[in-house]
Every structure is written in structure tokens, then in C-alpha cells.
Design a protein around this ligand. Structure first.
Ligand code: FE2
Length: 245
């Protein structure tokens, strides 16, 4: 298993950066940093399709499998140590990695996708709100918007593979712009652990098959309904490898 922690390393990323892009921070419950306070822009994106109750709280698709219950118990023990977000995420990544791949981790319902968009299944939300587990189902070509997160996050690839484009915000006069930093492909079994800041990315299933990933967040996703804090958009034009402002 490839377990990798990552946070933005400004010095390293500066040398890798190739592209500048105009930002458009879309607040999702929290204010954008001063450098990103350009006019908020509605972003047409592929959003997860949640299952929610009448109060708007996400509900679990089906009860957790015995293997998932064991994983949840392991995560609870790691989170319960009360360590800093980066360390907690790394500990959770270590717990998640051995469970990626076996058929008995998810129920059949938790593996169902949506032809219209990538789909999020809430698997577990801890009662005290300290962490949540979701299963994401990606049909070929489905992707997230460029986004950052409300809390630390651990993402493990259970089936297929995921590609990722990473960015950072850099000051640009009175505002800020997105700068592409690197691309990565995560094969089945890989785990990424990270915590804000330095967590701006876009995730896509490059295909050819369906991709399944298990994400653990240090937040109550049943209440928030999403782990995304803000989304960003690039200006019309070439992609991150060649685009300009
Ligand atoms: Fe993400």
C-alpha cells in the first residue's frame, strides 16, 4: 500500500508550477481569505448526489459491513488520541490502507454510481461529529470541481484509479490566483492524507472502469453534506498544463 501524506510545500511547488489561473472562490459556509475575495462566482460543477433526510442531514445508504465497522472502530481510536490534524490524518491513513480492495468492505448499495455525477454515499458519521466516512463512486470521466476542504481528509482508492490536479493560491495584487502545481495518478490501494491549507485539488476518474474511493473526514458530513469548503474555477481556455491567466 502506498500511504502518502501531503501538504503544500511552497518552495517545491513554486519550482513545479507552470500555470497561472484567475481564481473564483465560492464560499461554502466560511469566508474566503482576504487574498481570494474576488466576486464569488456560481460554479457549474458535478456535485455529489447525497441521500438526505427531511431535515437535510445525510443518511447512511445502508448499515456498515462488519469489515467497515472494524475500520470505523480503528479510526475512532486514532481520532480519539486528540492529536494535531496532520498526525491524525496519517494515523487514519494507516488504518484505512489494509482495508482497500476486499469485496466485503462496502455493501452493494454503497457501490452504486450515478450516470449524472460522481456519487457520495455516507457510510458513517461519528455521533460526536469528530469524523465521517464516505464511499465515493466515480464513473469514467466524472470529476470534482477544483476545491478545498473543511477539515483533514484521508482518501483511499478501493477500486480503479483516480487522477488528481493540484493547485495553490498565490497573491496577485488585491486578489489571488490559482497556480497549477502538479498532477498525480493514484492507483488502487493508494492512500493520501492531508489537512488544510495546501489542499486545493481536482479529482477525476480517468477510466476505463468505475472507481471507488473511501474518504475519511475530520468533520460531520451528515450535517455539512459535503467536505468541500470552497470551489474555484479556472478561466475559459487551455487546461492547467498550458493555460494562462
Ligand atoms: Fe478533495
Amino acid at each position: 500500500m502506498d500511504v502518502m501524506g501531503r501538504r503544500a510545500d511552497p518552495a517545491a511547488m513554486a519550482t513545479a508550477a507552470k500555470t497561472a489561473a484567475v481564481p473564483a472562490a465560492t464560499p461554502a459556509g466560511t469566508a474566503a481569505p482576504a487574498a481570494a475575495r474576488t466576486a464569488p462566482t456560481a460554479v457549474p460543477v458535478q456535485a455529489a448526489a447525497p441521500l438526505a433526510d427531511a431535515a437535510g442531514r445525510l443518511v447512511a445508504t445502508t448499515p456498515a459491513t462488519p469489515r467497515m465497522q472494524q475500520l470505523i472502530a480503528d479510526i475512532r481510536a486514532a481520532v480519539g488520541r486528540g492529536l494535531d490534524p496532520d498526525t491524525t490524518a496519517r494515523l487514519v491513513a494507516d488504518r484505512l490502507a489494509p482495508h482497500l480492495g476486499p469485496d466485503d468492505l462496502l455493501t452493494p448499495e454503497q457501490r452504486l454510481g450515478d450516470p449524472a455525477r460522481y456519487r457520495q454515499h455516507l457510510v458513517h458519521a461519528e455521533a460526536d461529529g469528530s469524523f465521517s466516512v464516505v464511499a465515493l463512486v466515480w464513473l469514467p470521466g466524472q470529476q470534482t470541481p477544483i476545491h478545498d476542504h473543511v477539515a483533514w481528509c484521508v482518501a483511499g482508492v478501493h477500486r480503479g484509479q483516480e487522477s488528481e490536479l493540484r493547485y495553490r493560491l498565490v497573491p496577485d495584487g488585491p486578489t489571488a490566483r490559482l497556480e497549477f502545481t502538479e498532477a498525480a495518478v493514484s492507483p488502487q490501494g493508494s492512500v493520501a492524507a492531508f489537512a488544510p491549507p495546501g489542499d486545493i485539488h481536482l479529482v477525476r476518474n480517468p477510466g476505463p472502469g468505475t472507481a471507488l474511493s473511501i474518504h475519511v473526514y475530520g468533520a460531520d458530513i451528515s450535517r455539512l453534506t459535503t467536505s468541500i469548503r470552497r470551489t474555484y474555477h479556472l478561466p475559459a481556455g487551455p487546461g492547467p498544463a498550458t493555460g494562462g491567466r
